[in-house]
Write a protein that binds this ligand. Structure first.
Ligand SMILES: *Cc1c(COP(=O)(O)O)cnc(C)c1O
Length: 394
């Protein structure tokens, strides 16, 4: 595909995204994956050796990797059980004069208290005499809002993922929205460093789209997902995480990759369907909340429902292994966000410099969390399942 054609597709994609973001189109930058968008933001912010980047100890391992690929140190703050986002007292206790960036998150699409968080960044920045940048990890939150503003329009920058499990999908993919003008100029300049996806990757992507559309159904889901995870771990597909990303902190080859036009085209189609999907997600979440509330169990606070898209519904359970087994028997697809402070790390947490002693809430949640599907057309099936296992629900 020639460059003019790609830039036309890119422009169309930006326009589609902007129906939700309402931002300056020059602020949007595309990448092969969301993690690359984050890495590029951090790099433009000048993050490097000796710097500390604050992040919540309830996130995806690729977030910690992006920090560590730049030789900076991730410092983890604990979370709140109401939103599964950073606890601001814990955040304050972890800021030092080396803090350069705070990454807050949109866990399950729920927003952090952004005004207060940005205020903390300003205050401590003044105290230490240098800017403390803020980044919103909106990988779960595209299409949602916080205090009437779209997710991803606050902070110095934000980034999104369009991987399979995220709000809308391009198979793999991601983009950033850069509000800080100095950082934006650097991110723009650094786009020249990205490698273009090759023919192999484009073919694999198209194969993935085909498999998702025509091969995966209720009967094939479980064996397929096992096969996919195994292949992904062994670097046989363009999976969400390559094997080396979950066992170590060395940047894999070809990490700094641009987004292909194939992904952008897929993105345009997916975004167009998003309103209908989100409508279903909201309805189902309301059903879960009412059910859990009625049974005196943990549920997402009613006040958080209006602005929220509910990419997944968080559920806390006892004896998760047993719960998962029963879910598989009942053909209820549970999510895995997050079963470790940096998930799915497949090596000692010390590899990612996690100090679990300062993460009591996150560690407890990691042990008990499963996520209910919100795009399930047959929500009655899930409710019937929950009704039977209510003794295991916290
Ligand atoms: C999925 C995810 C990412 C990374 O997105 P990719 O597109 O897979 O790189 C980052 N942060 C969180 C919290 C995520 O869940």
């Amino acid at each position: 595909m020639n460059a003019t054609k790609v830039s036309i597709i890119e422009k169309q994609y930006k326009a589609e995204l902007n129906k939700y973001l309402h931002c300056d189109e020059d602020a949007i930058f595309f990448y092969w994956k969301g993690r690359v968008a984050l890495y590029e933001i951090l790099r433009a912010m000048g993050v490097g050796e000796g710097d500390e980047v604050l992040v919540q100890g309830y996130t995806c391992v690729v977030v910690a990797n992006a920090i560590m690929y730049l030789k900076a140190t991730p410092i983890y703050a604990d979370i709140d059980k109401k939103t599964f986002n950073m606890n601001l007292d814990s955040l304050k206790s972890r800021i030092t004069e080396k803090t350069k960036v705070i990454i807050c998150q949109n866990t399950y699409g729920l927003s952090s208290n952004l005004e207060e968080l940005e205020q903390i960044a300003r205050e401590y920045g003044q105290k230490y005499g240098h800017a403390i940048y803020t980044i919103e990890d909106c990988t779960h939150g595209f299409g949602g809002k916080y205090h009437g503003k779209s997710n991803g329009v606050s902070c110095d920058a934000s980034f999104f993922s369009t991987q399979w499990s995220k709000p809308f999908t391009t198979g793999v993919g991601g983009f950033s929205v850069i509000h800080n003008s100095d950082i934006r100029a650097k991110v723009k300049k650094n786009q020249a460093d990205l490698v273009q996806p090759g023919l192999k990757e484009v073919v694999e992507l198209k194969l993935m789209y085909f498999v998702r559309q025509y091969v995966i159904n209720d009967f094939t889901y479980w064996p397929m997902i096992r096969l996919y995870r195994w292949m992904s771990r062994h670097n046989l597909v363009v999976g969400s995480s390559s094997g080396e990303e979950i066992v170590g902190v060395e940047m894999p080859e070809g990490y700094l990759k641009a987004q292909s036009a194939v992904q952008m085209k897929k993105g345009i189609k997916s975004v167009k369907r998003l309103d209908a999907v989100n409508e279903l997600r909201r309805k189902n979440a309301q059903v879960y909340t009412e059910f859990l509330n009625k049974h005196g169990k943990y549920y997402v606070d009613e006040s958080l429902h209006a602005d929220h898209i509910f990419i997944r519904y968080p559920l806390l359970v006892n004896d998760r292994e047993e719960f998962r087994k029963r879910a598989e028997d009942a053909k209820v697809i549970l999510g895995e966000w997050f079963e470790a402070p940096v998930y799915p790390a497949d090596a000692s947490l010390a590899t990612w410099k996690v100090d679990t002693s300062v993460l009591p809430v996150a560690m407890d949640v990691c042990e008990h969390m499963v996520n209910l599907p919100t795009d399930e057309k047959n929500v009655a099936k899930v409710i019937a399942f929950l009704e039977k296992q209510i003794d295991l629900v916290q």
